[in-house]
Design a protein around this ligand. Structure first.
Ligand SMILES: CC(C)(COP(=O)(O)OP(=O)(O)OC[C@H]1O[C@@H](n2cnc3c(N)ncnc32)[C@H](O)[C@@H]1OP(=O)(O)O)[C@@H](O)C(=O)NCCC(=O)NCCS
Length: 178
């Protein structure tokens, strides 16, 4: 199914807290165009630079949460050897279970594939993400001081200051053994 990216932010999703009637499905190749736009809109670019490696959204597997064809959340991941890396996770209505649904789908997929570890990187300002992952069993396994400052040379769209007015400088890695 093709989803028009202009619908991503559609009213009334930010206007009210109400019971959502969502469904989750795997991404298909037809989703690639709007996923590309989604990454640019949410991450400043279709380039994701983590642990010194550069990725694009192109061809990444993932899951989308929708309500009536409207995108409410997206997660992408990649598999290398016996490990799965969560490349992105975004919920457009926070605190209603969308992020958990996406994360659980990635965990279940990785377990079914017999993988050993799921890991991800986040930036030092993202306290919300750090809470979210730790409450779901993830533990910190690496700190890369100055990694985001370095990445900003390649990707100037990364803001200098992030959540809670915290300067964005470092990359933290969290992992979950499956
Ligand atoms: C991190 C992120 C994906 C979490 O998504 P989310 O949709 O808010 O996640 P959930 O709603 O599943 O969980 C958030 C909280 O809401 C609570 N919640 C879930 N469903 C709920 C409901 N129906 N009513 C009330 N609260 C609910 C959860 O218990 C959870 O609290 P906890 O973490 O203290 O246990 C989201 O904050 C996000 O998109 N952030 C911006 C992008 C980002 O930083 N991504 C991570 C990059 S590493």
């Amino acid at each position: 199914m093709h989803i028009d990216s202009t619908n991503i932010y559609a009213f009334p999703y930010f206007e009210e807290k109400r019971m959502l009637n969502t469904s989750i499905r795997k991404l298909t190749p037809e989703d690639a165009p709007w996923v590309h736009v989604f990454w640019i809109e949410h991450w400043g670019s279709d380039l994701m630079v983590v642990h010194g490696q550069t990725f694009t959204s192109s061809g990444l597997p993932g899951f989308v949460v929708e309500e009536n064809g409207q995108v409410l959340g997206l997660a992408t991941y990649r598999i290398e050897n016996d490990e799965c890396e969560l490349m992105s996770i975004d919920s457009l209505i926070e605190g209603q279970g969308i992020g958990s649904q996406l994360l659980e789908a990635v965990i279940a997929t990785a377990r079914q594939a017999g993988l050993r570890r799921l890991y991800l990187s986040t930036s030092n300002d993202n306290m919300n993400a750090m809470r979210f992952y730790q409450k779901r069993g993830f533990r910190f396994c690496a700190l890369r001081p100055g990694a985001v400052t370095e990445t900003r040379r390649l990707k100037p769209a990364i803001p200098l200051v992030g959540f809670n007015s915290i300067p964005i400088r470092d990359e933290l890695e969290l992992e979950l053994f499956l």
